[in-house]
Design a protein around this ligand. Structure first.
Ligand code: FES
Length: 136
């Protein structure tokens, strides 16, 4: 005899589909050029502490990823993946990874290390003043 889905399992599936649709809408918004300035503006001018950025690692601030590929050298790039617009989320071993589809970028240059992304992360400006980093 075939098993009927319970009312609870149907509701769980409906909730999951709804959440996925909301996420897709959010991601689609992130990929558009009109969404970037608002987040970038929020990050622009905000001071970060150099100590917050690990050597060989980095941190995503709004739609910008700040890295410290070697001690005392700070770089900043758009955190919007050039593949399909997800925000990159993992920075370690001098590599920036977009976990959506696995693209990997060089934390020093933003260049693609491995796809599916084909284009580099756009460079941003990070200014160091003492222990403070300012994005613009
Ligand atoms: S959106 Fe980043 S790898 Fe696809």
């Amino acid at each position: 005899m075939a098993t009927q889905p319970s009312r609870r399992s149907i509701l769980q599936v409906a909730g999951t589909v709804g959440a996925a649709a909301a996420t897709a809408g959010t991601l689609a918004g992130c990929g558009g050029s009109s969404a970037a300035p608002a987040q970038t503006t929020k990050a622009a001018g905000s001071a970060l502490k150099a100590a917050d950025i690990p050597v060989g690692g980095g941190k995503v601030v709004g739609q910008v990823v700040v890295t410290q590929p070697t001690a005392g050298t700070f770089k900043a790039f758009s955190a919007v993946c050039t593949h399909e617009g997800c925000l990159v989320s993992k920075i370690e071993s001098a590599k920036i990874t977009c976990t959506c589809h696995g693209s990997v970028f060089d934390a020093a240059t933003g260049a693609v290390v491995s796809g599916p992304a084909k284009g580099p992360l756009a460079a941003k400006t990070v200014t160091v003043s003492g222990d403070s980093l300012t994005l613009s």
